[in-house]
Structures are given as C-alpha cells and as structure tokens.
Design a protein around this ligand. Structure first.
Ligand code: KIV
Length: 272
C-alpha cells in the first residue's frame, strides 16, 4: 500500500516543504555506501542522510567526532552514484564548520562539488549562526540539527534526552525559529520530549524530522544499521527494528563457513 499523497519524481528541498504543507510525513534514513543507498532510494525513502554516524557504524568509533571531511565526501560520493530519486543530505563533520564561517563554507563547497550531494546538515543553533549564514549565502541548502547533537557529546556527558529543563527547551525553540528565519530547509530534532518537538513542528513552516522526538513532527529518521537490526546491542526506546539482520547474517555466514569446511561449497554446478 502506498502512503504517499503525491508522486515526486525527484525529491528536492522544496518537495519536503510541500510535504509538510500537505500533511505528508517525510521518511529519511541514513546510508553510507552505494549498495545500501541503491536499496534505500529504490524503496522510495525521501531523504538519504550521509550521516556522520558513519563514524560509529562504518568505522567502529565510539563517537562521531573522529570522522573527517575527506571520509564524509568518500561516503557521500558512493551514495550519490546510487540514487535516482532521494534527496541526499551530507553531515558536515566535527571540526569542519565550528571554528570560522569561511572554513564552514569551504567544507560545504567541497561536499557539494566533490560528491554531487544536494544539501548539508550541521549541528547547533545560535553558536553556529555565522557559519550557516555563509553557507546559505553561497546557495547551498542547509538542514539544521538540534536537541541531542552527538558532536557535543563530551559537553553533554551522556546520550540522554535533551531539553527536559525549561531553559534548554526555550533555547531549542528559539534556535528552531532562527534556523527557519535564516532559510534552512529543514531541521532534525534528536532525542527531545515529544510534546516539545510537536510544539516546535507546529511553530515553524519548515519540516521537522525527528529521531526519538515522537510522532508530532513532520518526518522521521533512523540510522539504517539500527533499523535493520545489524547493531543489535544498541536498544534505545525510540528505535523500531524492521528486520533482524544480525541474526540473519550470522546464520548465513555460519552456513557458508560450514559448507566450505565440509567441502559442500562449491558444488559441481558452481564451478567452470
Ligand atoms: O549522523 C546521523 O546519522 C544523524 C542522525 C542521527 C540524524 O545525524
């Protein structure tokens, strides 16, 4: 059953704003390589995020901090080769946009030029305002990211829900309005109370995409390895698993190992 209200041949930043205006929810997933992106795009997912979560799920780092701009561009280039419909958004990695707006613009330009992606995402509100402004002025679409911003994990000290306290909630609301006013085309809200996320989504005209932000927002994003059940040790409340690939893949690898050891594979038919 199709749940899309309107057929979009290619998703643009404008399509997403239209979807919000028409009450159609936006489906976003991460991808970091060609083969996965081809399946995600073919399944009709609206937005593919080349997230800096690649640092965790592809490279095995504990945080998103170590991934470099060159590595993000490598992942993004592989994803862009695969897509025919989805909008491709690429995370600006830690250290590539915080220190000065000129460097932020240079980083964003490298992503757009070298990968062929359609937009960039960066974490933070007022603190990175000048960087966002500079990137937007160059004609590069920007998606914001507020709430739990994993690049600041050492400041937070924990991956727990953000903006439960009034002061942080007020800052988040004002940052979201600022991002809208500046011309960002969407904003991700990560791990914040559902009621607050709904209030933010209702107060701005650009789409709010949630991860652990409840159902009152305009779309959802999940890390593809998590929703496929490949990272089975990671079990936050917000994560719905749509497959158990850890079990399936382990079974397949064990069967292959046994077939090789027992000389069952390859058979006469599987050779030249
Ligand atoms: O890097 C990422 O995967 C993200 C999502 C969690 C939104 O930023």
């Amino acid at each position: 059953m199709s749940v899309a209200k309107k057929e979009y041949k290619r998703i643009t930043t404008k399509s997403l704003v239209d979807m919000k205006a028409n009450g159609e929810k936006i489906a976003m997933l991460t991808a970091y390589d060609y083969s996965m992106a081809k399946i995600v795009d073919g399944a009709g997912i609206d937005v593919i995020l080349v997230g800096d979560s690649a640092s965790n799920v592809m490279a095995g780092h504990e945080t998103t901090l170590p991934i470099t701009l060159d590595q993000m561009i490598y992942h993004a280039t592989s994803v862009v080769r695969a897509i025919t419909r989805s909008l491709v958004v690429v995370d600006l990695p830690f250290g590539s946009y915080q220190s000065d707006p000129k460097e932020a613009l240079r980083s964003a330009i490298r992503i757009m030029k070298e990968s062929g992606a359609h937009a960039v995402k960066l974490e933070g509100g007022k603190e990175v305002k000048d960087s966002i402004k500079r990137i937007l002025h160059a004609g590069i679409p920007v998606m914001g990211h507020l709430g739990l911003t994993p690049q600041s994990i050492y400041k937070f000290g924990t991956y727990t829900v953000r903006a439960r306290e009034e002061q942080e909630a007020e800052k988040l609301k004002s940052d979201a309005k600022m991002l809208e006013k500046m011309g960002c085309f969407a904003v991700v809200l990560e791990k914040v109370p559902a009621e607050l996320a709904k209030e933010v989504a209702e107060s701005i005209s650009i789409p709010v995409i949630g991860i652990g932000a409840g159902k009152g927002v305009d779309g959802q994003v999940l890390v593809v390895h998590d929703m496929l059940g490949m990272t089975h040790e990671f079990n936050p409340r917000f994560l719905r698993r749509y497959a158990d690939l850890h079990t399936e893949m382990t079974k397949a690898f064990e069967n292959y190992r046994d077939d090789v050891k027992s000389r069952d594979f390859p058979s006469d038919k599987e050779q030249y």
